[in-house]
Ligand binder design. Structure first.
Ligand code: UGY
Ligand code: MN
Length: 211
């Protein structure tokens, strides 16, 4: 049984069944033209510097959104484990996105009508953004009431806990450190098992016509 002395999200980089991760001091290159970037820190820390030389230190549980073609550099002092999402920005006339720096614990809990899980969103629910990142918490025994089917795709990283993920007719036992991809229209359902809270991070494309 894990003790509370372990750092937050410790299981992600120390999963039960996994070779050890390679981590060294590192600096990132920029994403390709017109590609936006989202970074979330699960272990260690990263120093983000923008074109005006302003730096922010991203600690565990904090994140940044970098608009397409936004000059920046990212440096890890020592080892760090980052979740990085990149996608070609689906631009809209007269709309632009701006850089965001935040942390999960500063985001308010949102209403989840008909559901019991706790929900936070890391990006503004505003039209310029073509995706969002949800942080969802389930207590042991809690599950999605809705068996969801929707056009949106998901990338999911289990940050804490364990449970069972149903995708279509397949059932996957999952635990912290596991990653799932859910294609458009794949029926999806989760139940939290074990003795500790489940927390997962979920990418979802939003605010654009999928056709
Ligand atoms: O927002 C969502 O689509 C989310 N509830 N899906 C999921 O957890 N599989
Ligand atoms: Mn969903």
């Amino acid at each position: 049984r894990e003790t509370s002395s372990k750092p937050m999200y410790w299981k992600v980089t120390n999963p039960t069944l996994s070779p050890s991760h390679l981590q060294e001091n590192a600096r990132s290159a920029l994403p390709p033209h017109d590609v936006e970037r989202f970074i979330f820190v699960v272990q260690g820390s990263a120093m983000l510097t923008n074109a005006s030389g302003v730096s922010s230190k991203l600690m565990v549980d904090s994140y940044t959104y970098l608009p397409p073609n936004f000059a920046h550099s990212l440096r890890a002092e020592g080892s760090a484990t980052l979740v990085v999402f990149e996608r070609r920005y689906a631009s809209l006339e007269n709309h632009i996105t701006e850089q965001i720096v935040g942390s999960t614990d500063k985001q308010p809990l949102l209403e989840t009508p008909g559901e019991v899980f706790q929900l936070r969103k890391l990006l503004p629910q505003a039209v310029p953004f073509d995706f969002n990142i949800h942080i969802m918490d389930f207590q042991p025994g809690e599950f999605l009431n809705v068996k969801e089917v929707h056009y949106n795709q998901h990338g999911l990283l289990l940050l804490e806990g364990q449970g069972i993920y149903r995708l279509g007719d397949s059932w996957y036992p999952v635990q912290a450190g596991d990653v799932l991809w859910m294609a458009p229209f794949v029926p999806q359902w989760y139940a939290a098992l074990g003795k500790t809270r489940t927390r997962y991070l979920l990418y979802k494309d939003v605010n654009r016509n999928p056709l």
